[in-house]
Design a binder for this molecule. Structure first.
Ligand code: PEP
Length: 252
């Protein structure tokens, strides 16, 4: 266990309706662990960010967008601006989730622009990286993930990167029920940290928080979180039901 504050974030993807969002908030009300021990967030579809911010009450729950555009205004029909997230009190935004890279053809360059645009308005990026099964089986994970991180961080300052959250999510473990072993997850999170160290030095690499994501469940979270280089989790499926979301936080 490291000295960095753990950060557990749910990623609802394109799930839930408004009634379910409000019911979820009701079910977790007063049950989240203290902010001194762990930071907790939910990433929700854009339309539910405002209700989450307005109805989270006194719960220590941060709100995250699942995606954002890198411009604040202009002829970009259908996009969400970083400024609008900041204006509404959204604290984080996921960028570069593998589903966005695969289905919406987002490139490392787009993702880097999003990181810059978010920092400019004071919203913290959760920068995702991760390899396919083919890359994993070919033993090329470290190189792949290092390239994604280097490209994602391009031009960011040391101060910005020390606030950043990075999520290592092997694509073969997302939504498949196959969690990477805690050893594999820790090893690759360690690779990510060493890339940050190479680029920004030890102080920054010791500050940056690195989450693991990929079929994390209440039964698997404790072992993963006990590892030196893993500072939290980005959780899809198990974050959808309030009881299992709370179950992920039982260790705190
Ligand atoms: C994710 O969507 O980022 C994720 C890790 O999903 P799951 O926990 O369902 O694998």
């Amino acid at each position: 266990m490291s000295s960095r504050k753990p950060f557990i974030a749910g990623n609802w993807k394109l799930n839930k309706n408004l009634k379910e969002v409000l019911a979820f908030l009701d079910q977790i009300d007063g049950k989240l662990p203290s902010e001194d021990k762990v930071e907790v967030a939910i990433a929700a579809p854009a339309m539910y960010l405002v209700p989450l911010v307005h109805h989270r009450g006194k719960n220590p729950l941060k709100v995250a967008a699942e995606n954002v555009y890198f411009k604040n205004s202009g002829a970009f029909t259908g996009e969400t601006s970083p400024q609008s997230l900041a204006d509404e009190g959204v604290e984080y935004s996921i960028i570069g989730h593998s589903e966005r890279r695969e289905y919406f053809h987002e490139t490392d360059e787009d993702i880097n622009k999003k990181a810059h645009a978010l920092f400019e308005v004071g919203v913290t990026p959760i920068l995702c990286c991760g390899e396919t099964l083919e890359t994993f089986e070919a033993g090329k994970t470290a190189q792949w993930v290092s390239n994604q991180i280097e490209a994602g961080l391009k031009g960011l300052s040391a101060e910005q990167v020390s606030k950043l959250v990075i999520a290592y999510e092997p694509i073969w473990a997302i939504g498949t029920g196959k969690t990477a072993t805690a050893e594999i997850a820790d090893e690759t999170c360690g690779v990510v940290r060493s890339v940050v160290e190479k680029l920004y030095g030890k102080n920054v690499s010791e500050a940056v928080r690195i989450q693991y994501g990929g079929s994390v469940k209440p039964e698997t979270v404790a072992e993963l979180m006990s590892k030196e280089n893993i500072d939290g989790a980005l959780v899809g499926g198990a974050s959808l039901v309030a009881d299992s979301f709370l179950g992920l936080l039982d260790i705190y």
